[in-house]
Design a protein around this ligand. Structure first.
Ligand code: IVH
Length: 513
C-alpha cells in the first residue's frame, strides 16, 4: 500500500514537473521572442536567467523530460567532425552592385521598362555577414547550412543552434515546412572584444566582423561557436509549404510573426527615386546600428513582378545592392614608424590618435612605401583621412592640408634598418626599400617565422606573435628549422604557456613536418 502510494506520488511529481517544464519552455521562448525579435523585453536579464536556471534544474532532475528543442539545449551533442554537403531548395543568389544614385535609377528604369507598369520597392539594410539557409520541419529547426557555392552549402546545424536569435521552435501559424535565408553576423562590440582577447593570447586577428562570423560558424566544436556572440536576421523564403506572401513587405512581417528577426529599419518606397533617397539616408542609419552594414538592398516589392523579371544564374533581376563608399575617419599622425617585413621590405606606418572606423578602433595606418608618403605628402603632426580596404591595417587616403599649423615634419626613409642597423637599398625600378641583412635581421626572421606558421603557410596553431617573440628573445630559434627541435619543457617555460598548450604546440609543429 505504502509502495503504491509512493508510486502514485512519484507519477504526480513527474506529471507536475512535466507541466512546469513545458510552461517554463513556453515562457522562455516568449521572452526570447520579445527580446531578440521585437527588441522589447518585458523582464530583466536577471529574471530571464532565473527562468533558465529553474528550467535547467528541473531538466537535470528529470533527464527523461529533456527535449532537443528546449531553450536550454542550444549547445548539445558532440562535435560533428565535418560539415556535410546540403543542397539548397533554390539557389542562394548574389546581388548586382550599384555605386551611385544614377546607377540605381538606371536599374529602376530597366525594371520598369521590362514590366511596363509602376513598381514599388522595399529598401533594407545590407548586413555585412554571411548567408545561411535554415530549414524548419514541423516548426522545429532541422538543418542549417552555409551558402557554399550557392547551390550546395555546408551543414552547420549544431553551430547555428547556438545563435540565440535563431529560433529553435517557430511560433503558432508558421508553415509546417519552411526554409528561410538570412545573414549571420557578429555585432561590432563582440567583434572588438574577440579581437582584443585574441591579441592578448597572441592569436591572429580577424580582419573584420564578417570574417569573424564566418570563422566562428565554421567550427568543428559547437561549444566554440557558442562562446562567440553571433546574431542573425532573415529576409527571404527559399521554400515553404503553402503560398508564400505576395510581397517582400508582407514576407518580412510574416517572418517576424513566425519568430524570426528581420532587417531593422526596412521601408517601402513608392518609386525608384524614393528608394534612392532611402539608400542615401542609409549612411546615417549605418552609424546608429550595433552591427556592420555595407550598403542597402533595393528589392521589387511584388512577388509576381519579381517572378516576371526572373534571375540570371548569379543574381536576381529584381534586386540591387547599393554599396556604401568605404568609411573614412579624420585623425592625427603622431609618428611615422618603419616596420621590416619578411622579405626585408621597409614599410612606413603612421601611428595615429585612436579613431573609430568601420567597427574597430584604428591606431596605425599603412603608408606602403617611400613614394606613397611623398606623393600624399604625409607629415608627422598632419591631420589625415584614413580608410579600411578590407585589411586589418588601414591606409592613409589624404592629408587635410587646411589643418596644417606649419609645425609638421616631413618623413625621411632611414638609411639603416631600424631592426638590425644594416644598410638598406632601394633597387632601381622597385618601390620597396630593403634591409640588406637577409641572413640575420631579427625583424625579417620574426616575420618569416610568423609567415611559416600562418594558415596559408604551415598552419601551425598556437604559434602567434607572442610565442615567436619569446622564442627569438630567448635565442631558442634562429630559423624555421629550429622550430622542429623544440621540446615541451622549453615551450612550457614561456610566459602565458602552460604544460597543456606546450604539448599542443609541439603536436601542431610535428603535424606540419
Ligand atoms: S537579398 C535573391 N537582402 O548580400 C536575394 N541579401 O552582396 C539575394 N545580404 O549574398 C539576397 N543583407 O549574403 C539580401 N537584406 C539583404 C541582405 C543581403 C545582406 C547579403 C547576402 C548576399 C549578399 C550580396
Amino acid at each position: 500500500m505504502a509502495a503504491a502510494d509512493e508510486g502514485t506520488r512519484g507519477q504526480e511529481a513527474g506529471g507536475d514537473a512535466r507541466a512546469e517544464i513545458e510552461r517554463l519552455r513556453r515562457l522562455i521562448r516568449h521572452h526570447e521572442y520579445l527580446y531578440y525579435v521585437l527588441d522589447a523585453p518585458e523582464i530583466s536579464d536577471e529574471e530571464f536567467d532565473q527562468l533558465m536556471e529553474r528550467l535547467k534544474a528541473l531538466e537535470a532532475a528529470h533527464p527523461e523530460l529533456v527535449a532537443p528543442d528546449s531553450p536550454t539545449r542550444r549547445v548539445g551533442g558532440a562535435r560533428s567532425g565535418e560539415f556535410p554537403p546540403v543542397r539548397h531548395p533554390q539557389p542562394l543568389l548574389s546581388l548586382d552592385d550599384v555605386f551611385s544614385r544614377e546607377e540605381l535609377l538606371a536599374f529602376g528604369r530597366r525594371v520598369e521598362a521590362a514590366l511596363g507598369e509602376p513598381v514599388e520597392y522595399v529598401v533594407e539594410p545590407k548586413i555585412d555577414g554571411l548567408s545561411v539557409a535554415v530549414t524548419y520541419e514541423d516548426g522545429r529547426l532541422a538543418v542549417a547550412a552555409t551558402r557554399g557555392d550557392g547551390l550546395v552549402g555546408e551543414e552547420v546545424t549544431p553551430n547555428v543552434r547556438t545563435v540565440r536569435s535563431v529560433p529553435l521552435v517557430l511560433r503558432e501559424g508558421a508553415p509546417r515546412r519552411l526554409t528561410v535565408r538570412g545573414e549571420v553576423y557578429m555585432p561590432r562590440e563582440a567583434f572588438e572584444r574577440l579581437n582584443e582577447e585574441r591579441e592578448a593570447a597572441g592569436l591572429p586577428l580577424f580582419a573584420n566582423p564578417r570574417n569573424a562570423a564566418a570563422g566562428s560558424l565554421r567550427q568543428l566544436d559547437p561549444a566554440v561557436t557558442a562562446g562567440r556572440t553571433l546574431a542573425a536576421l532573415f529576409y527571404q523564403i527559399l521554400d515553404m509549404e503553402g503560398e508564400p506572401p505576395g510581397t517582400q513587405a508582407e514576407l518580412l512581417e510574416q517572418l517576424r510573426r513566425w519568430g524570426f528577426r528581420t532587417p531593422p529599419a526596412w521601408r517601402l518606397a513608392r518609386s525608384i527615386e524614393e528608394a534612392a533617397d532611402l539608400c542615401e539616408a542609409g549612411a546615417a542609419l549605418r552609424a546608429t546600428l550595433p552591427f556592420q552594414i555595407d550598403g542597402m538592398v533595393v528589392k521589387v516589392n511584388r512577388r509576381d513582378q519579381q517572378e516576371r523579371l526572373g534571375a540570371t544564374s548569379k543574381v536576381p533581376r529584381w534586386a540591387a545592392a547599393w554599396k556604401f563608399p568605404a568609411e573614412e575617419a579624420l585623425t592625427v599622425v603622431r609618428a611615422i614608424e618603419v616596420s621590416v617585413g619578411r622579405t626585408g621590405a621597409l614599410t612606413p606606418v603612421a601611428v595615429l590618435d585612436p579613431v573609430r572606423l568601420a567597427g574597430t578602433t584604428v591606431t596605425h595606418a599603412s603608408l606602403h612605401n617611400e613614394d606613397y608618403v611623398r606623393e600624399k605628402d604625409v607629415r608627422v603632426g598632419d591631420h589625415v583621412w584614413v580608410r579600411k580596404a578590407g585589411e586589418i591595417i588601414p591606409e592613409v587616403v589624404r592629408v587635410e592640408v587646411a589643418l596644417r599649423s606649419g609645425e609638421e615634419e616631413p618623413f625621411r626613409m632611414p638609411d639603416r634598418c631600424p631592426a638590425c642597423g644594416a644598410a638598406v637599398v632601394r633597387l632601381p625600378g622597385e618601390a620597396a626599400t630593403r634591409c640588406t641583412n637577409r641572413a640575420s635581421c631579427p625583424a625579417q626572421l620574426r616575420e618569416a617565422l610568423l609567415h611559416w606558421a600562418s594558415r596559408p603557410g604551415m598552419d601551425i596553431d598556437g604559434l602567434g606573435p607572442a610565442v615567436v617573440d619569446q622564442l627569438l628573445a630567448r635565442g631558442l630559434v634562429h630559423d624555421a628549422s629550429d622550430l622542429y627541435a623544440l621540446g615541451v619543457p622549453a615551450l612550457a617555460a614561456l610566459e602565458r604557456m602552460g604544460q597543456k598548450s606546450a604539448e599542443n604546440l609541439v603536436r601542431a609543429i610535428d603535424a606540419s613536418r
